[in-house]
Structures are given as structure tokens and as C-alpha cells.
Design a binder for this molecule. Sequence first.
Ligand code: CP
Length: 309
Amino acid sequence: MNFRGRDVVSIREFSRQEIERVLHVARDMLPVAERRKRSNMLDGYVLSTFFYEPSTRTRLSFQSAICRLGGRYIGFADPAVTSMKKGETLADTVKMAEAYSDAMVLRHPHEGAARLAAEFCSKPVINAGDGAGQHPTQTMLDLFTIKEELGSIDGKTVAMVGDLKYGRTVHSLSYALAMFGAELIFVSPRELQMPKDIVESLSEQGAKLKSTTRLDEAVKEADAVYVTRIQKERFPDPNEYQKVAGIYQINAALLKDAPEDLIVMHPLPRVTEISPEVDPTKHALYFKQAFYGVPVRMALLALVLGEVE
Ligand code: CP
């Protein structure tokens, strides 16, 4: 198992054993992420964070991760302030990340952008979300959350709710959960079902899958409910968005009959799909899940930069 110099583009390029290694290192990073312990493991390293799309958690947790380990970051959160405005290509821009830093984190609206960046950059490229494609580091922190909170991933039932068509987090996560032997329930309206190619690929992998439109039924069966935002920005036709906006909501009434130890996860940001009345309940895990992004990203950076084996 060798992570040094490795790109993190798709979760499908990682074996179960490799993901377990990341989760193990992330656990070791927890006291540093919580500032109970100090570390200079990445002293002298510079990380590029190039974000061509809005982000709160992914960008800031990567920046927090490198800072907590004694390194620094450069980058941008808005491509309008870069030379892309003058017509510079992504390929030329990532050459600058290679020249100025030791690893690059890239978020881009186009599926395949991280793969392209990895071809043009000899330093590790970490995909922080490419359009409706993949979001592998989110998947790793989602797995970490399930493992930390439920004790294991194998044999657990995870209901994925909402925008399964455009939601890159659920695409990446479903592959990983299947690899870990979890059962999946897909809850979505017909218009936002999990893409056929992904369902076929999961079935070939031997995944245990179910699809339904009934959130109330799925909640009773699940160990974890993974809620997603219906992503207005990815709909080619705004009228199609209006048909499904607000279709599902996790609220106190729905959770009344839920299993005692059900956890509610969300990659965030949320809009209306989880009512704020759920926040103080024992089911609400989404803010802790967002925090877990820091130790998991610390672990990944330390591994790809070769400071941890
Ligand atoms: N979960 C996630 O990717 O959040 P951001 O879009 O805020 O980075």
C-alpha cells in the first residue's frame, strides 16, 4: 500500500484496505484536529486549493487540515479573480499549482476536470468535486462518520435520500458502501433516480440495493439516513427543478417512529431537506460529520505527501 505522490480522483481507485488505512490514520489525527495535541508533520509544505465552484466545508476543512499539521495553503475560491478570465486553460492553471505547491485540491463544475488536472500536474491532485462526477474525500469522511458513530460499516443499512441523479456525494458513497458490505436504499422521485450505469455497476459488484419513493418507510429500516440537497444549479431546465423542489424533508414528525439510534447525515449545505428542529436531537450527525472532514483530510494529505506510510 503506497499513497505517496498519489492522486485522489475517484473513490473507485481505492481498495477497501486502502480506505481502511485512511480511516485509521484519520482516527490518529483526531486529537490534532481538535487541538488537544499539536503537530508539525507538514511543516514546510504548501497546498494549493483551487476552487472553480462555491464551497464552504471542503475548501475550509482542507485549509484547516494543512494548517493544523503545520503547513500552509495558497489558492482561490472564485475563478473570476484568476487568469481564467483572460482565457487561460485549466491545464495551464494546474501547471502553476505544480510550480508553487506540493499538492493540489481542485473543485470544478465539469466532470472529468480532476482527471485532466492529474494528467497535467506531477504533484498529487485531490478531487474536491467535479460536476456531477465524484467527491472522493467526502466519501472518506462519510465512511469515517458511519464507522465512528455506528461502530462498523459492514451490515449497516444506509438510506440515500433526494437528488441521486446529480448528487456526486451519493455516487461516490454508494460504490464505497457496497464495497464495505452495507445495504443501500435509494429514496428519490422518479426524475432524480440513481443513474442506471451506477445501479448496474453496483449490482455487478453484488451490492444489496432497494429503490423506493417512500422516505417514511426507509427511515424505519435504516441505520443511517444520508440526505442530499436537490441541486438547483445542475438542472438544465428550471421547470424540472420546480417539480421536485422540497419533495422530502426530515423533520420531528418523521423521526417520531425512527429507530432510537438512527443517525441523520448530510454532506451539507442543506436548504429545506432537514428541518432545523432536528438539529438538537440525538439523530443529527451532519455538523459532526462536517468536522470529521478535518481529520480525514489531514490523513489524506499526510499520506499523499509521504509523511505517513
Ligand atoms: N459537502 C461539501 O462538499 O460542502 P461544500 O460544498 O460546502 O464544500
